[in-house]
Design a protein around this ligand. Sequence first.
Ligand SMILES: Nc1ncnc2c1ncn2[C@@H]1O[C@H](COP(=O)(O)OP(=O)(O)OP(=O)(O)O)[C@@H](O)[C@H]1O
Ligand SMILES: [Mg+2]
Length: 252
Amino acid sequence: MNSKRKLIYEGKAKILYEGPEPGTLIQYFKDDATAFNGEKKAQLEGKGVINNRISEFVMTRLNQIGITNHFIKRLNLREQLIREVEIVPLEVVVRNVAAGSIAKRLGLEEGTPLPRSIIEFYYKKDELNDPMVSEEHITAFNWATTQEMDEMLATAIRVNDFLCGMFSAVGITLVDFKIEFGRIYENDFSRVILADEISPDSCRLWDTATGEKLDKDRFRRDMGNVIESYTEVARRLGIMKDMPTVIQGGLH
Ligand SMILES: Nc1ncnc2c1ncn2[C@@H]1O[C@H](COP(=O)(O)OP(=O)(O)OP(=O)(O)O)[C@@H](O)[C@H]1O
Ligand SMILES: [Mg+2]
């Protein structure tokens, strides 16, 4: 890490530094794992390296199919250059199978396929534990405009379709995932693009054949083998071969 670099924001899983050019940032992936709004904490050696790669891989592919996002290029093991955006204070969750909070809230058994993909919005506010909100709340409080909502919904569906196919091809079921969006300003216009990260920290990924969890639930639920599972996701996506041998060797 370059200590002369200006720190912009330190979050639970990542750090943002000022980028080399205006409108860019450097996103550094930490090994810190947190759950339950930071109540549970641990260091998972190598997580940052794997998530940096997985997010790079996914964002690059999304870019290729025309889903604009903040990713510019990977800089090193833990860092990627991204476009700076004005984050929309929402977590957009897409669900295909009941798990986590929806299973609890609606009394569904985990693993029940949903009748169709369901999109939910959560207001990003740690003090309030990121409460679920509706489109009414979002537009009334100006967290996003109706037009931005339409853009985010349409993009979320496209991301889901693409990721479902990408993971199913390697024997993984995409149960659900969380994405974030941010505004970029071009002349007098602004539009929202996909930002943050897509990784096993932000997705529920189950081995299709065995049902084994390959995501952050292993950490949340103390199931062990967290890094091994993240590594398995990377391996299936074909990105382990680009990983440094020290990580490959150390994580098997
Ligand atoms: N392209 C981007 N431009 C500006 N901010 C971004 C961009 N992509 C992601 N972010 C923000 O950077 C931060 C990433 O750090 P991290 O994910 O560790 O945060 P966090 O602890 O989850 O907290 P938060 O509640 O702020 O998301 C998040 O606040 C995220 O919204
Ligand atoms: Mg975050």
